[in-house]
Design a protein around this ligand. Structure first.
Ligand code: SF4
Length: 339
């Protein structure tokens, strides 16, 4: 698809054919199984100051946390018991250093066959190499926008080119790479979203997280969410599925925070992954990336059957394996639009 066609699909009155085509493509390649990823939030400290984020360094007046080594390990074990992939996530907190994260990687390896994704921000190549050697399979590092100008404004002191270089480094180290963008950022219209999708197509990542931008009230971007946010996010998901058929595509937790049932809409628009947070509840409340996060207390092992039952009502089911990437050689990025 060319840029003009992407823009047309983002603004046309009826997205029905687009969403249906993405759903068909998802079924052809990924089947009806939905991969489950269990997220453990390790720390809400961050050295960065992203304008859109509730964890930004300049935000004062809320209690941050960092899980202690024992608590982190116990949570990681719960995650590994309940899902095929464990995701260790945090702000860019340098006190989560090489040794500490390596120990957690070893903890996941010892807990079973789950795959391990890290999402700990930009770190030195040596740290990424050590964590890879300690058993990390995947790394998630989001772009949020393909516009260098918007990126520099939203992430003061950072440049999009450095982020792209970091993704390249991760791939060189053998990680399955995840990235993605936010929909509904100030200064972002259909043209910018089309550029985001084209950049994703060029990068051809193994996982793509596309979520709605939900402004946090304690950030400089506080205010109402953008108009048509749900609609635009679903269209972007569907276009990503068509451009990058092999990618794992989550129906993000932010989609569920935007609208009850939002994740189910994402699953019908090409998504094939659900994320469930297993961070102990007292800490999860303090990991405020955006407002309105779901706070389910139930252990993941008990949540699984309920999730599976809900998915079966939609003609889907929970997957049982690690949910690794489909081989790139068999499924290159696509050029066509909805058939
Ligand atoms: S988006 Fe990530 S890097 Fe930026 S402030 Fe939030 S946690 Fe830190």
């Amino acid at each position: 698809m060319q840029r003009r066609e992407l823009i047309d699909w983002l603004i046309c009155p009826d997205p029905g054919p687009l969403l249906a085509a993405a759903d068909r493509r998802r079924r052809e390649l990924h089947g009806d199984a939905v991969e489950l990823r269990a997220i453990v939030e390790l720390s809400s400290h961050c050295r960065c100051d992203c304008l859109y984020c509730g964890l930004r360094r300049s935000r004062r007046g809320f209690r941050r946390f960092r899980l202690g080594p024992e608590q982190a390990l116990a949570t990681v074990r719960e995650a590994a018991r309940g899902a095929g992939t464990v995701v260790l996530q945090a702000g860019e907190d340098l006190r989560l250093d090489e040794a500490r994260v390596s120990a957690l990687c070893a903890g996941v390896r010892a807990a079973g066959d789950s795959a391990l994704t890290l999402s700990l921000g930009e770190r030195p190549r040596a740290s990424w190499a050590r964590w890879r050697a300690a058993g990390a399979d995947r790394y998630l590092l989001k772009l949020e926008t393909a516009s260098p100008r918007l990126y520099a404004r939203l992430r003061p002191g950072h440049a999009l080119a450095d982020r792209l270089g970091a993704l390249e480094t991760l791939r060189e180290l053998g990680y399955q790479v995840g990235t993605g963008n936010l929909v509904g950022l100030p200064g972002q219209g259909a043209e910018e979203l089309a550029d985001d999708l084209l950049l994703l197509q060029r990068l051809d990542p193994e996982m793509i997280a596309i979520g709605p931008f939900l402004p946090h009230p304690s950030t400089p971007l506080a205010g109402a969410p953008a108009p048509r946010l749900l609609d635009l996010t679903l269209r972007c998901l569907a276009l990503a599925r068509l451009l990058l058929p092999r990618a794992h595509l989550p129906a993000t937790t932010a989609l569920g925070a935007l609208l009850r049932g939002g994740r189910e809409l994402g699953l019908a628009a090409g998504a094939n992954v659900l994320m469930e947070d297993v961070t102990p509840l007292a800490f999860r409340r303090r990991y405020e990336l955006y407002p309105g996060r779901a706070l389910v207390e139930e252990p993941l092992a008990l949540r699984r059957p309920r999730l599976d039952a809900r998915l079966r009502e939609l003609g889907r089911r929970l997957a049982s394996g690690r949910g690794d990437a489909l081989p790139r050689a068999l499924h290159p990025p696509a050029s066509g639009g909805p058939a």
